[in-house]
Structure formats: structure tokens, C-alpha cells
Design a protein around this ligand. Structure first.
Ligand code: NAP
Length: 456
């Protein structure tokens, strides 16, 4: 195939990435958008009502807002690739991106909009109890805490949003905050204080987690006196802010001390010509959906200006051979919905309470079971990765799905407390559990010791 160079690639798909895509697409640059195989939509995918994005009086659900932004970018010609970029070479003249499936793309300009990931408390048992009481996403896992006691740690907007959402299910919600004043907006503070199910543990730091197989409580230390206490908790939702996702660029772009990508403000230009950055990976100050969207717009305009100044711009309908850089063409776009249909088809069959024993426990091959729910956006974002995995290991390992609402007996038997959870069964026994959405390559890495060798 002839070598091709694309004008522009956007890495990331929150409000910043999709807005940059919309502007670049309207400039006829046919941008490639690497949505990330399990992070498409960014942080808003695990948010409930968004009341402060202009243009939506009455508010809009986070996932719905992202679906609209995505649709608008795609309608103008943005090419959406549901894969993670795992390697970048941002050399000033020719920029090369490689995805987890090994496809390489050469582009003239890059917009980095990778957002920020959840910050962890850093406690010894935090990872061990993730999925067994510890969670970062109330909209994903809250429904498992009906009439239970839960704690939320943090004092910002996220913590109060999580706490308010959790009152739909939990009997009581304790907000644990390390100071005695909240950082959250006044409207959320008022709502939380007015909610009879919410109480506050002020000036408290979480120093330990109780529980062997599941969380039973959190150990607290008073930030002033050092006095120790304990709060019983079936669930702990961690909402203590985010860390910029800049690791991929650490050796190639200048970062701030906090790990954000440094830009030449007020522009979005980074330390490398032709590379622009926007949204939460840059912003340590505002971190709003609307400011991210605004900076995505700025990044697309900056990139346009940069491309116009190149001697051999890749113009008009998107890409044409230049011969200046070796490259491989883009993979065809596979819309997430199409993949989701495939996953419900033959590659990944649904099993129920009634069919579980026959189709999973008595299976002669290992079976990977994906416990999911219709209301879990992360579960649905993971479908393409799961379908790819099922295709790759077809005949060697079976992949099945259990809708936890349709098959509550099985979900309860296997103590599913977080969405999505994947369990690998061999000879009727669970041999490995994975909690949280994964890319195909991380699924393969986590299951490597259980995967049968393939003959080439
Ligand atoms: P945030 O505003 O940075 O708040 C993080 C909270 O966690 C702070 O209260 C902080 O305490 C606490 N914290 C940080 N590290 C901690 C640790 N190691 N142990 C215990 N507590 C710790 O983060 P966010 O709430 O995720 O919000 C991020 C941005 O998104 C903000 O700009 C926010 O306005 C925006 N947002 C907006 C909405 C909305 O408008 N609906 C919803 C969610 C988020 P201190 O206060 O003591 O520093």
C-alpha cells in the first residue's frame, strides 16, 4: 500500500479531544481521533448529571453529553479509532504513533487530550480491595450498595457528587474529608448538607482499610489531634482528584512539576513544534468540561495554523501520499455500537442463571466471563476489546457475558461488587479475577499465565 501521512491526530476523547476533532474536521483536515479502547469519553463517562455545560438548561447526563460531542465530530468527518496509542515519536519533522495492536500512523501534527486519571489514596490494601468495597466510580458500582453503609473520601465536587448519587442506594453516606472546609461548589455543598443520609467526618485522614475478603470499615486519624477512630463501611468511594495522563509523553514533551504538559500559554503549543495539548492533561486550575472543550478548540486552531505554515501540508480531503515519511494507512473505523453488537453475537455469548452451569462450569475449555450491566458505560466501552480478545483466542478459550441484572443469582454467588468484573473459570473454579475495564493488551497480559499457547 502507498505510504500516507495524515495531517492531524488527536489522542484522547473527552470534551477537549472531541472539540478539537470537531474543529479540525470542519477545517477539512480529516483528523484521526484515538479514543482509547476503554477510556472513550473521558471522565464524564462516569459522571451523572452535568448542570454547568452551557446550552443544556435542566442538565444532561455525562455519557449523553459525550455521545453528542462524539457524534458531532464524526458527522463532520473525524475518523474515530477505538484504540489506545501506546508509543509516540514526536520528532519535530515527522510524528509517528503506534497503537496497542501495532498499527503505526504518521502525522504532521498531534493534539494531546489524554485527560487525567483517578488519584489513589496510596494505602496498602487499596488495590487488593478494589472491586470488593473500594471503588472510584459511584455511577458504576453504587447499585451494589443498596441499604449499605458507605464512605466517600474527598472534599471536592467529585466527592459530593458521588455522595449525593450514592444516597439513591445506601442507607448512610459518610463523607471523610481531611479539612473542615469543602472545596466543592456551593450548590453541591448545600445539597449534601441538606441530605439526611449524608454525614461528614471532618479533619479525618484515612490511614487504613479493614476487611479480609471485602471492605468492612475504614480507619481514621484526626488530622489535628492524631486520635484514631473507625467508621464501618461496606463501600469506600475514592474521589480525591486526578493525575494528568502524561506518562506517554514524559521523555518527549516538557512537563510541569505536577506532571501536566507545559504549554506556551495562551496558546496550546507544547515544547515540540507541531504538538499541541489541551484539557485536563494541561490544566491544573479550572478542570471543567467547558474549559476543556474551549482548550480543545484552541488546540485545533493552533494546529491548523501550524499545518498551514508547513512546506508540504497534507491538505483538503485529509491525507494523500507525500513520500516524506514512511507510514501505514489508518485502520477502518469500527464504531463502538457495531462492536457492541458483535460482542453480543456469536463471539461473546450471553449466559444466564439457568445456563451458567452448563456453559461455564462444565465447559471443557477455560471460560472468561464478563459480568456487566446495561447501566455501566465502562462495561460497554470494553466490548470491542473483549470481542477482539474472543476472536484472537477462539477455539482455545471461551468468552461469555453475564448481565448482572438479568442473572442476579450468579452475580451474587460470585460476589460481584464492581463493574465490569471478569472472572476466568477453569474446571468449574475461578482461577483469576480482573476488576475494571481493560484494553485487549492488558487483558492478555493479566491472563498470560492461563492462556493456552497458540500454534502460529
Ligand atoms: P479536586 O477539586 O481536586 O478535589 C479533590 C479533593 O480531594 C480535595 O478536597 C482534596 O482535599 C482531597 N484530597 C486530595 N488528595 C487527598 C488525599 N491524598 N487524601 C485525602 N483527601 C485528598 O478534585 P475533584 O473533586 O475530582 O474535581 C476536579 C475538577 O473537576 C474540579 O475543578 C471540579 O470543579 C471539577 N468537577 C466539577 C463537577 C461539576 O461541576 N459538576 C463535578 C466533578 C468535578 P483538600 O481540599 O484538602 O485539598
Amino acid at each position: 500500500m502507498s505510504p500516507t501521512v495524515r495531517a492531524i491526530a488527536i489522542i484522547g476523547s473527552g470534551p477537549a479531544g472531541y472539540t478539537a476533532a470537531l474543529y479540525a474536521a470542519r477545517a477539512n483536515l480529516a483528523p484521526l481521533v484515538f479514543e482509547g479502547s476503554v477510556s472513550s469519553g473521558g471522565a464524564l463517562m462516569s459522571t451523572t448529571g452535568v448542570e454547568n455545560f452551557p446550552g443544556f438548561p435542566g442538565g444532561i447526563q455525562g455519557p449523553d453529553l459525550m455521545a453528542l460531542l462524539r457524534q458531532q465530530a464524526a458527522e463532520f468527518g473525524a475518523e474515530l479509532v477505538t484504540e489506545d496509542v501506546v508509543e509516540v515519536d514526536l520528532a519535530p519533522a515527522a510524528k509517528r504513533l503506534r497503537t496497542e495492536s501495532g498499527v503505526e500512523y504518521d502525522v504532521q501534527a498531534v493534539i494531546v487530550a489524554t485527560g487525567a486519571g483517578y488519584r489513589e489514596l496510596g494505602l496498602a490494601d487499596e488495590r487488593r480491595l478494589t472491586g470488593y468495597g473500594v471503588s472510584w466510580c459511584a455511577t458504576c458500582d453504587g447499585a451494589f450498595y443498596k441499604e449499605k453503609e458507605v464512605a466517600v473520601v474527598g472534599g471536592g465536587d467529585s466527592a459530593l457528587e458521588e455522595a449525593l448519587f450514592l444516597t439513591r442506594f445506601a442507607r448512610s453516606v459518610t463523607v471523610v474529608h481531611r479539612r473542615d472546609t469543602l472545596r466543592a461548589s456551593a450548590v453541591l455543598q448545600d445539597r449534601a448538607r441538606d441530605n439526611p443520609r449524608i454525614s461528614f467526618a471532618w479533619n479525618k485522614e484515612i490511614i487504613g482499610l479493614r476487611g479480609q475478603d471485602r471492605l468492612t470499615g475504614v480507619q481514621l486519624a484526626d488530622a489535628r489531634s492524631g486520635d484514631l477512630s473507625e467508621v464501618p463501611a461496606d463501600g469506600l468511594f475514592v474521589a480525591i482528584g486526578h493525575l494528568p495522563r502524561s506518562d506517554l509523553f514524559r521523555d518527549q514533551l516538557e512537563l510541569t512539576a505536577g506532571g501536566h504538559i507545559r504549554v506556551q500559554s495562551p496558546t496550546t503549543a507544547t515544547s515540540v513544534p507541531g504538538v499541541f495539548a489541551c484539557g485536563d492533561v494541561v490544566d491544573a486550575l479550572y478542570r471543567q468540561a467547558i474549559t476543556a472543550a474551549g482548550s480543545g478548540c484552541a488546540a485545533a486552531l493552533d494546529a491548523q495554523r501550524f499545518l498551514a505554515g508547513l512546506e508540504t501540508p497534507v491538505a483538503g480531503s485529509g491525507f494523500r501520499p507525500t513520500g516524506t515519511v514512511a507510514s501505514r494507512p489508518a485502520e477502518p473505523v469500527r464504531p463502538a455500537t457495531e462492536e457492541a453488537t458483535m460482542v453480543r453475537g456469536s463471539a461473546v455469548e450471553t449466559v444466564t442463571d439457568a445456563s451458567f452451569a452448563g456453559e461455564v462450569l462444565d465447559h471443557d475449555k477455560p471460560v472468561l466471563v464478563d459480568f456487566w450491566a446495561t447501566w455501566c458505560s465502562a462495561c460497554q466501552l470494553m466490548f470491542p476489546a473483549l470481542a477482539d480478545f474472543a476472536r484472537e483466542y477462539e477455539g482455545l478459550i471461551a468468552v461469555k457475558k453475564v448481565d448482572v441484572d438479568e442473572s442476579p443469582v450468579t452475580a451474587e454467588k460470585y460476589d460481584i461488587g464492581s463493574m465490569p468484573t471478569l472472572k476466568l473459570f477453569r474446571g468449574g473454579e475461578v482461577v483469576h479475577t480482573i476488576v475494571g475495564a481493560k484494553t485487549k493488551s492488558s487483558l492478555v497480559a493479566e491472563l498470560s499465565q492461563f492462556l493456552p499457547a497458540r500454534t502460529p
